[in-house]
Structure formats: C-alpha cells, structure tokens
Design a protein around this ligand. Structure first.
Ligand SMILES: [Zn+2]
Length: 500
C-alpha cells in the first residue's frame, strides 16, 4: 500500500510597507498563479504552471495523494486575519477529514505576515500540528525569500527551498520535497535539524542566482549534502518585512545532528564571508533612461523599476520611470505592466484607434509619484487572458482583466496598462497587447529580479533603476521598527537599533 499523504498550499509574500492589504478575495482570484483550488481539481489546475506542488505531485508517484486546498495571492501588505483564518481553517478541516494519513506536504512561501502573526507559516504549521499531532511527518517546500523563524523550523519535519532566483526551479523543489519525505518515512523517526540566521540583510536587487555571490552560494548546497545530511537549504529572505526574523536563514535536516550542525555552520560562514560581495546595483531612474538612450545595438536595453515591483508587494502603478522616459524624450520605448483598471476601462470604452486624455497610475502619489496626465492613442486592447511563455511562468494562465496598449508622444512610448496587479517577468504580458519587446530600444518592466529569466536573453544590457515605490531596495531607507537588535542593514550596513 502506498503511504497516504495529504497535500496543500498557501503561499503569500507579505510586504509590510505596502499600502494594499491582502484579502480573501485576492486568494480567490489568484492572478499569475491559480486562485483557490480545492480537492481533486488541484491535480489539473495546479500542474499546468511551474509551481512546487506540481513537482511534488509528479515526484510523489509512490504516494497516495489526498489533495486538500491550494491558494496564493499576488504579494501585497498584511494578509487579513479573515483571509488567513478562512484558508488555514479550511486546510485544517479538510486535513481532519482526510482519514488515516502517513504524512503531509505543504507548498508554502515563508514570508507570509498576517495581521496577527509575524510568522504566518509558523502559525499555519501550529494549526496543522493541532490536527495531526507533534510527530506526523510534515514536509514543506519554500520560496527562496522566506524569513524563517526557529518556531517554524521546530514545527516542520523537513524543508527544502528554491535554489534559483529568478525562481525557475519550483517544480524541482517540490519533487525534492517528495523525495525527502519518502526518506523520512522510510527512516521512521525524526530527522536531526539545524536553523541558522545571518547577521545581515542583503538587498533584494542583489540576490539573483544569475549574479554573484548568489550563484556560487547556492551552488554550494548540493556539496554539503550526504554523510548524514539529507538536505540543506538557504533562504535569502524578503527585506520589506518589518518583523523580528527578517533576513537570510539556513535550514538543514539529516540523520546525524553533528553533521547537520556542521553543514549549517559551513553555509552560514560562506554567507558571511560573501557579505562584502553583495552590492546594490540601483541607479536613479533619469540616469538609467539616459544610459539606455545611448543604446545603438539592435537589442533593447531592459530597465527594471525594481522599487515598484508588484511581485514584491508594491502597487505597480508608480510613475517615476514613465515620467523619466517622457522627460528625456525617449523613443522606441515600452513600459509595462502599469496597474490602472480605470485607464484600462477608459481605453476599452473608447476603442482601438481612439485618442484619449488619460491620467495614468499614481494611486498613492506619496508612495509612487503623481499620475501622468497626457494624451494617448489606444493602440490595442485585450481581455488580459493569456498563457505565459518564459522560463519561470511558462504554462501559467494569466487573467489580468482588461488591458490596453497606450501610445504616448506619437508612439514614442508605449505603455501596457492592466487591471490586476502583476509583475512583468514574462514577455507574454507585453505581447497580450501587441507589444513585441525585441522591437523596442528600451523596455521598462515592473519587476526587481524575476524579469532576468525571460528578458536578459534578449537584452543588450540590463539596468536596475531606482524610482519611488513601495518596495524600497536600499536597506537603510526602509523604516524598520521591529527587526532584531544588531542585524546589519545591507552588506556592511549599520546594525539595527544601533548596537554592534
Ligand atoms: Zn521569491
């Protein structure tokens, strides 16, 4: 008989500095990933996109899987108590009625903060433990951006984490969790475990594993496994989270406590030794635009609007970079996706080819600058339903509501507007409104790092731009209040609270 394993997912990355809360309806709707999915539908809906549970399902063929519920919402501010209680509650109800089970798999993020819990995943695991007891194996896969607490580590039986940023290894991570759980079941008693936290928080814009030191640090992990270490992983952490445990952490599991501790200590030492190699690549938006306008190749310069990345909880409608493009007289430029349901609706009302006066973006002018008021031609319209094609989101069915391509300055600048907040990490977002990124000299994307996977291969150059937004990427500018004393803000940065 195959072991009966209950599977569920509840993913959120919470930016506690962002202005928009995360409600139950945001999980119902989904966005880049599927909305709340229950029971057997998980086998269909959640195996199309490249997400961890898809890898667990494919890798868990030796298990009899009991699908409970899977949910994710676009990053934003605190998950409301209502949303957390309803989703965690339904997962636990379904778990309680799943019958006799040998284990649980949870597809989680690691950086969920709710109105009542700094550690959303720890709170979820505590509820799951109330149902299954302290000893039942609970395997978890996590995002590389988890801010992981000692309590979370105590409650999980085994954990594995994405090893790429952009996250192009989500299914592999889910499959690794399945293999790890199988080894834990075979062992028949708990793994030894280790949890370590780093003494500094690296900026999110220099966490990519397509850059150094991220590339070489993550490449170390497989070499630390074996000889009593079943699995060791590193989470770089999610900086815009004002919680005690914000920042990088290491989790290791295995059969030998000494080996597990030694591996975790070696990884922590390597991370600290690399501290000085993290550097924030941000340049002011006007400077980024000027540099991009010098592009004389036949490939586009990609400018990322890192601090307005909706994928990190920012609004996605800040106007600093757009204003810089207009101000500089940029031509052959496209920018997207700018979240603006009102302007998208206005464009749909007016129809393709219409000339309209628009007020684009700027819902929270104190955070992301004022709306851009200009004349625009409606070049193309879309219902916002399309399938992503890039290395990270490939296969995901997006539903971004009414979208439009607006041509400004006689077509010198094209802006893709849409109705559901979404990070632009996939060229399909532009193509949904007829914009072919490669045909432009300058391509501006609302993303911090994930865009690299699909856009760097077509780029002459990539520039990380700093414009106003709710995803502050320079650690010393983030108005933290609740970090642990002494953690350094950025590589070599000042310690929080002023203590050494
Ligand atoms: Zn992430």
């Amino acid at each position: 008989m195959k072991p009966r394993i209950a599977i569920a997912g509840f993913q959120h990355e919470t930016n506690t500095f962002a202005p928009i809360p995360t409600r139950y309806a945001d999980f119902e709707r989904g966005g880049a990933w599927p909305g709340i999915t229950r029971g057997e539908a998980i086998f269909d809906v959640c195996t199309e996109p490249q997400i961890p549970i898809a890898g667990f399902i494919r890798g868990g063929e030796d298990f009899d899987l009991i699908p409970l519920l899977w949910a994710a919402a676009e990053p934003a501010s605190y998950v409301t108590d209502d949303a957390f209680d309803r989703i965690a509650g339904e997962i636990c109800e379904r778990l309680a009625s799943a019958g006799e089970i040998e284990g649980v798999y949870l597809d989680l993020h690691g950086a969920m903060v709710t109105e009542s819990h700094e550690d959303g995943e720890g709170a979820l695991l505590a509820r799951v433990r109330e149902v299954v007891g302290p000893d039942l194996p609970v395997a978890v896969s996590l995002d590389l951006h988890g801010n992981l607490t000692a309590e979370f580590a105590r409650l999980a039986s085994c954990v594995t984490i994405y090893r790429t940023y952009p996250h192009i290894d989500m299914p592999e991570t889910g499959a690794r969790a399945a293999a790890l759980l199988a080894r834990l079941l075979k062992r028949g008693k708990p793994f030894a475990k280790a949890h370590r936290q780093a003494g500094f928080i690296p900026p999110i814009t220099d966490q990519s594993t397509m850059r150094e030191p991220g590339g070489r640090l993550y490449a170390m992990l497989p070499g630390l496994e074996g000889n009593g270490v079943e699995c060791i992983d590193l989470a770089f952490g999610f900086p815009p989270a004002d919680i005690h445990d914000c920042g990088p952490s290491i989790l290791a599991f295995g059969t030998d406590q000494g080996a597990v501790d030694a591996a975790a200590d070696a990884m922590l030492a390597a991370l600290h030794a690399a501290e000085g190699d993290f550097s924030n690549p941000l340049v002011p938006a006007p400077e980024a635009v000027r540099a991009a306008m010098e592009n004389e190749t036949d490939r586009p310069v990609i400018i990322c609007d890192a601090q307005d990345n909706p994928g990190a909880g920012a609004v996605g409608d800040s106007t600093g970079l757009l204003a810089a493009l207009i101000e500089a007289g940029a031509t052959g430029a496209c920018l997207g996706m700018l979240w603006d349901p009102d302007t998208a609706a206005q464009a749909h009302e007016a129809g393709e080819g219409a000339e309209i006066n628009v007020r684009i973006g700027g819902t929270f002018p104190e955070i992301g600058g004022p709306p851009v008021e200009t004349r625009a031609r409606v070049e193309a319209l879309s219902d916002g339903r399309f399938t992503c094609t890039g290395p990270m989101y490939g296969g995901a069915k997006s539903d971004l509501g009414p979208m439009a391509c607006l041509a400004l300055n006689g077509g010198a600048i094209r802006v893709a507007v849409g109705s559901v907040r979404a990070q632009n990490a996939d060229q399909a977002i532009f193509r949904a409104v007829g914009i072919e990124p490669s045909d432009h000299r300058i391509v501006a994307v609302k993303s911090a790092v994930h865009f690299l996977a699909d856009y760097e291969p077509i780029a002459a150059r990539v520039i990380f731009a700093a414009a106003a937004g709710a995803n502050p990427c320079s650690l010393t500018t983030i108005p933290y209040r609740r970090l642990r004393q002494g953690v350094r803000l950025g590589p070599g940065g000042p310690p929080f609270g002023g203590t050494a």
